[in-house]
Design a binder for this molecule. Sequence first.
Ligand code: NAP
Length: 296
Amino acid sequence: MTAPQQAVTVLGLGQMGAALAAALLDRGHPTTVWNRTPDKAAPLIERGARAAATPQEAIAASPLVIACVLDHGALHTIVDPVADALRGRTLVNLTSGSPEQAREAVAWAGSLGAGYLDGAIMTTPPGVGDPAMMFLYSGSQEVFDTHRPTLAALGDPLYLGTDPGLASLYDAALLGLMWSTMTGWLHGTALVGAEGTPAAAYTPVAIRWLTAVAGFLTRYASQVDAGRYPGDDATVDVQIAAIGHLIHAAQDRGIDNALPELLRTLMEKAGAAGHGQDSYAALIEVLRPAPGGPAA
Ligand code: NAP
């Protein structure tokens, strides 16, 4: 005998909300859905979802409500007029937002008598339901522990801590990492492409290189935490010379160099601050505010 699956409501059936509802249905969760544009529920109804006519009816249908809409403003537009319906239920908010918005949302949900967990989805809709994909959560540990088995239907649930702003903060940091990495890959793709190498040939080599880069990050993380950056593997001065080769090679082939120029500027700033013989990790000193300087 297996226990019946938890009933879940999904508010918002855009690309991501629809994928969340589909993953819950695939795992056998009785799933109620609502969307501002009702037509988007049709494919999910075919897969066994129940469509609610109003947000109030949707919230009332399940003890656990998962919201995934454009932004916090849209969430309030949907929920505020029917806020009483949330009393005694739990809202897991997978709508992207800022750490400050997540903290406000906890207070708001608390004032309604609702449990609240903030989350961030570290995949695109086709990755939803894949246990290799991370879903970040922060806020109440109790709410997370209670609903973890259900949240595991969406991807690997990773709990970051009781500060509800952490999921959004990590989300922003990880997206920054993704954009920098993807743009660096595209810049390299343009460079090798200028000599006739297709992206599909360059990319497996680039991915092997990323494995080595992951090792650098692990080593440099302890340097950043210690505040000491021994340049015993490669110094900032050596990297300034090396990035010059990249900039020249790309310039000669007419490729936009905004990204490597920015990186060289940061390296030179670190060098000018006395970190020329330190490791690349010393760039953290020019990125974060100086002690006593203006806080974000
Ligand atoms: P989307 O396809 O554009 O869907 C947006 C959803 O928000 C729709 O359900 C839309 O309803 C609803 N909405 C927008 N404004 C509204 C309003 N004023 N009142 C009521 N409902 C409103 O976007 P998405 O890709 O699903 O993204 C949803 C959230 O997931 C965003 O916060 C996004 O940052 C996050 N996310 C997305 C991805 C991704 O790869 N797509 C990855 C990670 C996180 P209608 O259908 O009626 O327009």
